[in-house]
Ligand binder design. Structure first.
Ligand SMILES: Nc1ncnc2c1ncn2[C@@H]1O[C@H](COP(=O)(O)OP(=O)(O)OP(=O)(O)O)[C@@H](O)[C@H]1O
Length: 574
C-alpha cells in the first residue's frame, strides 16, 4: 500500500479538493432525512403549507448541491487514478529498460506485459473506487451513525448487533478469496504466454500441424483460469446476498421496534422515517465498503507484482568510471567463466582470447558451445561469474552501460526490426544520421537494391517484427544499422546465416573496407564466412579449444578440422 500513498503524494491538492466536495456531498445527503422528518412532523401533520414549501426548496437545493459535488468528485477521482496508472506504467517501463537479461528471464516477458497492462488497470479501477467511495462511504457511515444515535439512542442498539455481524461475514468471505486471486494472476500470465507463443509462432505451428495440440494447450490453461474465476465469483455471489439479507433484517428490526416506540409516544413518525433512511445510508455504506474490500485482495496481488518489478535492482549496473571511453576497441577475454542463474553447468569455462582492431576475429564452434554467450557478456546483458572482460584495458563493468554499448555495433543472431520505416530502423544506430549515411550503410550491407526496389525506398514501412521482410533482408538491415553507428567494435552474431554465399562474400568485403580501424568480431557457423579471418577462436563446450588462422588450425586443431570437413568436400580444402 506504501506504493499507492507514494503515488498519491503529487496529487495532494486534488485529493484535498476531492475531500472537500465529498464532505459537502455527504453533509447534503445526511441533511435530507432530517428535512423529511421536519416535513412530516411540522408540515404534513400540522398542514403547514408554508413550511412544506420552504422545506421542499431546502431539499431541492441540498439534492442539487449533492449532485454537483458528486460530479466534481467523480471527475477529480477519474483524473487522479488515470494519471497515477499512467505514472506507474511509465515507471515499470523505465525499470524494465534498466533490467539485465537476468531480470527479464526471472520475470518472463509475458508476465512483464501483464504487469504493465492488466495489473495497472486493476490498480486504476481500485483507485477510482477508493477515491470516491472509499472516502464518501466512511463519511456517510459516521455521520449516519451520529444522526441515528441522535435521533433515537434506543433504536441504535440494533446497530450494535448488526454492524459487527455484517463486518465479520464480509471479512471472512474476502479472506478466503486472496489465495484464489493470487493463483488467478499467475494463471493469467500463463494464458498470455501461450497466446503470445501461438501468435508469434503461428507459421511453425501450422507447418508442423500442431494447431490441435496448441488448442488443447490453450484450452487447458484457459479452463484452469476459468475454474479459478468461477471459485472467486462464487464467493462474490455469496457475499452480496448475505449483505442484502443482513440489511433487510436490520431495517425490519428497526421498523418493528420503531413502531412500538411510536405507539408508546416516545418517538414521532417523522423521526422513524428519518431513522430508517439513516440506517439505509449506514448499511449502504457498509455494502459499498465491502465492495472496496472485495477489490482489495486483487489490488494487493497486483500491487505486489508491481512492487516486485519496481524493487528489483538490475544485476548489471553502470560502472564506477563514467569518464572511461572506448577509443581503440581492443577486446580481451581473461579466464572468463559464466553460468546462467538457476543453471547448474557453466556455459563458459576459462575463456581467454584477444580481438584486435583492424582485424577480423572469428568465433566458431558447435551449437550450444557458448558463442552467443560471449557476445552477451561483452555487451553486459549478463556479467561474467569469474574472470575479466576488458576493452581498451578497462573492465567492461567499469564503463557506464551507455559508454560501453555506444561503441559496440551489435548484430544479433535473430535480426530484430521495429515497426517503423527502414530509415527509422537504421537510425537506431545513430539518431542524427543523414540519408546519405543511411544509404552508404545500406550499400555496405548489400541492402540498397531491395530497399530501392520498394516504392518508398528508405521510407518503406516495416511491419511488426519485420514481417514484410525476408530473413536475409532483415539480416542485412540489422548489419546496416550497426554500420550506421560507426562503432569501435563490431559484434556480429551469426549474422550471415540467411545470406547466400555471394551476398555473404560481398557484405564481408564491404565490411572489411568500412571497418578498417575497428575490431570486427564475427560469430559464425559457416566456415566460408570466417575462413579469411585474421584469427579464429574455436569454442568447444564452453572452452577455447584453439585459436589461430585457418591454415594454422587446419594443421593442429582436430575440432576445427572436423567442422571444416563437415562443411566442405575434401577437394575444396586443397
Ligand atoms: N537464458 C538462458 N538460460 C539458461 N541457459 C541458457 C540461456 N541461454 C542460453 N543458454 C544455454 O547456454 C548454452 C550456450 O548457449 P549459446 O547461445 O551461447 O550457444 P551458441 O554457441 O551461440 O549456440 P548456437 O550456435 O546454436 O547459437 C546452451 O547450452 C544454452 O542452452
Amino acid at each position: 500500500m506504501r506504493l499507492l500513498w507514494d503515488c498519491l503524494k503529487p496529487y495532494k491538492l486534488a485529493v484535498f479538493a476531492l475531500l472537500l466536495f465529498l464532505i459537502i456531498q455527504s453533509a447534503c445527503e445526511i441533511l435530507l432525512p432530517t428535512l423529511v422528518a421536519g416535513l412530516i412532523n411540522q408540515g404534513i401533520q400540522k398542514a403547514d403549507a408554508d413550511f412544506i414549501e420552504t422545506t421542499g426548496i431546502y431539499m431541492l437545493l441540498a439534492a442539487i448541491a449533492a449532485m454537483i459535488c458528486s460530479l466534481a468528485s467523480g471527475l477529480i477521482s477519474a483524473r487522479i487514478s488515470t494519471r497515477i496508472s499512467s505514472d506507474l506504467r511509465q515507471r515499470i517501463f523505465f525499470k524494465v529498460q534498466e533490467f539485465s537479461s537476468n531480470e527479464i528471464d526471472l520475470f518472463g516477458v509475458s508476465s512483464l506485459i501483464t504487469r504493465t497492462t492488466n495489473d495497472i488497470t486493476r490498480i486504476q479501477t481500485f483507485l477510482l473506487y477508493l477515491l470516491k467511495m472509499g472516502i464518501l462511504t466512511p463519511l456517510m457511515m459516521v455521520s449516519g451513525i451520529i444522526m441515528a444515535v441522535f435521533t433515537s439512542g434506543k433504536l441504535s442498539l440494533v446497530l450494535i448487533v448488526t454492524l459487527p455481524v455484517m463486518s465479520f461475514v464480509i471479512a471472512w468471505i474476502l479472506a478466503s478469496m486472496i489465495g484464489y486471486y493470487r493463483s488467478m494472476q499467475a494463471q493469467f500470465d500463463l494464458l498470455n504466454l501461450v497466446l503470445r507463443e501461438n501468435l508469434t509462432g503461428i507459421r511453425v505451428i501450422r507447418a508442423f500441424k500442431q494447431a490441435g495440440h496448441e488448442m488443447e494447450r490453450f484450452e487447458g490453461v484457459n479452463s484452469e483460469y476459468t475454474r479459478l474465476s468461477i471459485h472467486t465469483q462464487r464467493r462474490i455471489g455469496v457475499l452480496m446476498p448475505a449483505v442484502t439479507v443482513l440489511m433487510s433484517i436490520t431495517t425490519v428490526t428497526v421498523m418493528f421496534f420503531g413502531s412500538r416506540l411510536i405507539m408508546n409516544a416516545t418517538m414521532d413518525v417523522g423521526s422513524l422515517v428519518a431513522y430508517v433512511q439513516y440506517i439505509n445510508q449506514i448499511l449502504l455504506s457498509v455494502m459499498m465498503t465491502s465492495m472496496l474490500f472485495m477489490m482489495y485482495p486483487r489490488l494487493i496481488t497486483s500491487l505486489t507484482r508491481i512492487v516486485a518489478v519496481l524493487e528489483t535492482r538490475s544485476s548489471v549496473v553502470d560502472g564506477c568510471r563514467p569518464e572511461a571511453r572506448i577509443h581503440t576497441g581492443i577486446v580481451e577475454f581473461k579466464q572468463v567463466c559464466f553460468s546462467f542463474p538457476q543453471a547448474e553447468a557453466a556455459v563458459l569455462n576459462n575463456v581467454s582470447f584477444t580481438a584486435q582492431p583492424n582485424q577480423m576475429t572469428a568465433i566458431i564452434g558447435s551449437t550450444g558451445s557458448g558463442k552467443s554467450t560471449i557476445a552477451k557478456l561483452l555487451l553486459r546483458f549478463y556479467d561474467a561469474t569469474a574472470g575479466q572482460i576488458l576493452i581498451d584495458g578497462v573492465d567492461v563493468r567499469d564503463y557506464t552501460l551507455h559508454n560501453l554499448r555506444e561503441k559496440i555495433g551489435y548484430v544479433p543472431q535473430k535480426a530484430v526490426l521495429f515497426s517503423n520505416t527502414v530509415a527509422g530502423n537504421l537510425r537506431f544506430g545513430k539518431r542524427s544520421a543523414s540519408r546519405e549515411e543511411l544509404l552508404k550503410a545500406a550499400g555496405i550491407a548489400q541492402a540498397t537494391e531491395f530497399i530501392q526496389a520498394k516504392e518508398a525506398g528508405l521510407d518503406t514501412l516495416i511491419a511488426q517484427g519485420g514481417a514484410n521482410m525476408s530473413g536475409g533482408q532483415k539480416q542485412r538491415l540489422a548489419i546496416a544499422r550497426a554500420v550506421v553507428k560507426k562503432p569501435a567494435v563490431y559484434l556480429l552474431d551469426d549474422s550471415f546465416s540467411a545470406l547466400d554465399y555471394t551476398t555473404d562474400r560481398a557484405v564481408r568485403q564491404a565490411l572489411k573496407a568500412e571497418t578498417k580501424d575497428a575490431t570486427l568480431i564475427v560469430i559464425a557457423q559457416r566456415i566460408s564466412t570466417i575462413i579469411h579471418a585474421d584469427r579464429i577462436v574455436v569454442l568447444n563446450e564452453g572452452q577455447v579449444a584453439d585459436a589461430g588462422s585457418h591454415e594454422e588450425l587446419m594443421e593442429r586443431c582436430g575440432i576445427y578440422q572436423e567442422i571444416v570437413r563437415s562443411q566442405f568436400q575434401q577437394e575444396e580444402l586443397r
